[in-house]
Design a protein around this ligand. Structure first.
Ligand code: MN
Length: 371
C-alpha cells in the first residue's frame, strides 16, 4: 500500500509580486503553480494507491478564477485521467470563515475519484480496505477537538489513515504563527497507520507514523534553504521517502549597519551586497539597521529602484536608529508587510454590514502599497 502525501500548495500566493509572467499571473504565482504541477507530474509517475492533500491547496478563501481553473485541470488529471484516488481537505487558509461562503474546493466535487472534504466535520472515506479519517479545517478550535475525538481507527479496515491540518500540540516549532491555525492533540494520532499532516511548511517527522510533508514551494523567508516537495509513504513495511520539487532560491543578506554612513554610501553598500548574490532569479531580503530619518532622505532612490528592477524580488527593510528594537522597520518595505497582515485580519474579523472587498481595496490604497 503506497500513498503520496502533499499539502500547503498555497496556490495564488505571490499575488503581490511586482512582475507578471506569460500567463498573466505574477511570476511568483507562476512559481507556486509550477511547483504544484511538478509535484502532480511526479505523483502520476509514482502511481500510488492513494494520494492525500492535507490542506491549504489555495492561499486564500477566494482564489483567482485562473488559479481555480489550473487546480481543476491538475486534480482532474491526477484523480480522473490517471485513476489515482485522491482525498483533499481544507486548511486554515482556504476554509471559508463563514459557512455560507462555501469552500473554493467544492467546485471540484464533480471530479471522479476525488473526495473533497470541506464540511468542517470528520468524513470517513473507504478506498478499498483503507479507511481515511479526513478532518478538514473547523470553524473553531473547540469544534476541531470535537471532530478529532470522533477519530477512532476502524477495525474493519486493513489500514487507518488520519488526515488533518494544524499544529501538533505542545510542539510550537510546528507553528506558522498564522491567523486561524489550530492545535492537534498528539493523543488523537494514536492507533493510526499513518497521519498525513498539513500546515507546517517544512517537511518533518512528528512521531514515527505522523508526518508533515511540507509545502510544495516556499511562502516565506522562514522556509529559506529548506527543500520542498511531497512524501511517498509505504505502509507495509513502513517507509517514508521525500521527493523534492524545484523551488526558487531565497537569500537573507547580512544586516547592514547604517551608523555614520551617508545615504549614497549606504545605497552603494546595499548595491554591492545585492549584486554579489546575483539576485535576478532570487528572492532577496536585506535589513539596514540604525537608519536616521536624515539618511533615509538622502538615499539615491534610483540606485534602490534599479536594484529592485534587476532582482526577481528584493525586500529592503530600513530600521530606525533611535528605536533599534528590530520590531519597527519603516519605509515601503515595512508598509508592504503591514498591508498584508491587515488583509489577513480583514479575512477573519466579523465585518457586520461592511463590504469586505471595498475595505480591502481602500486599505491597499491608504496603506500605500497599490502599485
Ligand atoms: Mn495552514
Amino acid at each position: 500500500m503506497k500513498l503520496c502525501h502533499l499539502a500547503d500548495s498555497h496556490l495564488d500566493a505571490g499575488s503581490g509580486h511586482s512582475r507578471r509572467g506569460k500567463s498573466g499571473l505574477t511570476m511568483r504565482q507562476e512559481d507556486i503553480v509550477n511547483a504544484f504541477i511538478e509535484a502532480i507530474d511526479r505523483i502520476i509517475d509514482i502511481k500510488p494507491d492513494i494520494c492525500l492533500h492535507a490542506g491549504d491547496l489555495f492561499d486564500r478563501v477566494r482564489p483567482l478564477n485562473k488559479i481555480m481553473a489550473i487546480a481543476a485541470e491538475q486534480l482532474h488529471r491526477l484523480a480522473e485521467q490517471h485513476s489515482i484516488p485522491t482525498v483533499i481537505i481544507s486548511g486554515n487558509h482556504d476554509a471559508p470563515k463563514q459557512p455560507y461562503q462555501g469552500a473554493a474546493l467544492d467546485v471540484f466535487r464533480q471530479i471522479e475519484n476525488l473526495s473533497v472534504v470541506s464540511s468542517g466535520h470528520l468524513e470517513k472515506i473507504f478506498i478499498g480496505d483503507v479507511c481515511i479519517h479526513a478532518v478538514p479545517h473547523c470553524l473553531t478550535g473547540e469544534l476541531l477537538q470535537q471532530e478529532l475525538s470522533k477519530c477512532i481507527p476502524d477495525s474493519s479496515a486493513r489500514f487507518n489513515i488520519l488526515m488533518v491540518h494544524g499544529v501538533a500540540a505542545g510542539m510550537p516549532e510546528f507553528s506558522m504563527v498564522d491567523l486561524g491555525e489550530q492545535e492537534l492533540p498528539l493523543s488523537s494520532f494514536e492507533g493510526f497507520d499513518y497521519v498525513a499532516l498539513g500546515h507546517f511548511h517544512n517537511y518533518s517527522k512528528v512521531s514515527s507514523r505522523a508526518w508533515y510533508c511540507g509545502s510544495t514551494e516556499r511562502t516565506s523567508q522562514k522556509e529559506r534553504g529548506i527543500e520542498k516537495g511531497f512524501l511517498e509513504v509505504d505502509l507495509e513495511p513502513f517507509n517514508v521517502t521525500f521527493h523534492k520539487v524545484h523551488s526558487r532560491e531565497m537569500v537573507d543578506l547580512q544586516a547592514i549597519n547604517a551608523a555614520g554612513k551617508r545615504g549614497d554610501q549606504l545605497a552603494n553598500i546595499i548595491r554591492e551586497q545585492v549584486e554579489a548574490v546575483e539576485s535576478s532569479d532570487k528572492i532577496v531580503r536585506i535589513r539596514v539597521e540604525g537608519v536616521t530619518e536624515e539618511t533615509l532622505k538622502t538615499i539615491p532612490t534610483e540606485i534602490i529602484s534599479n536594484l529592485k528592477q534587476e532582482s526577481f524580488s528584493l525586500d529592503i527593510s530600513f530600521q530606525k536608529a533611535a528605536d533599534n528594537t528590530g520590531e519597527q522597520p519603516f519605509g515601503r518595505a515595512a508598509i508592504g508587510r503591514f498591508d498584508l497582515s491587515f488583509l489577513e485580519f480583514l479575512e477573519v474579523v466579523d465585518l457586520k454590514g461592511f463590504d469586505r472587498e471595498r475595505l480591502k481595496t481602500d486599505a491597499l490604497k491608504y496603506l500605500g502599497s497599490e502599485e
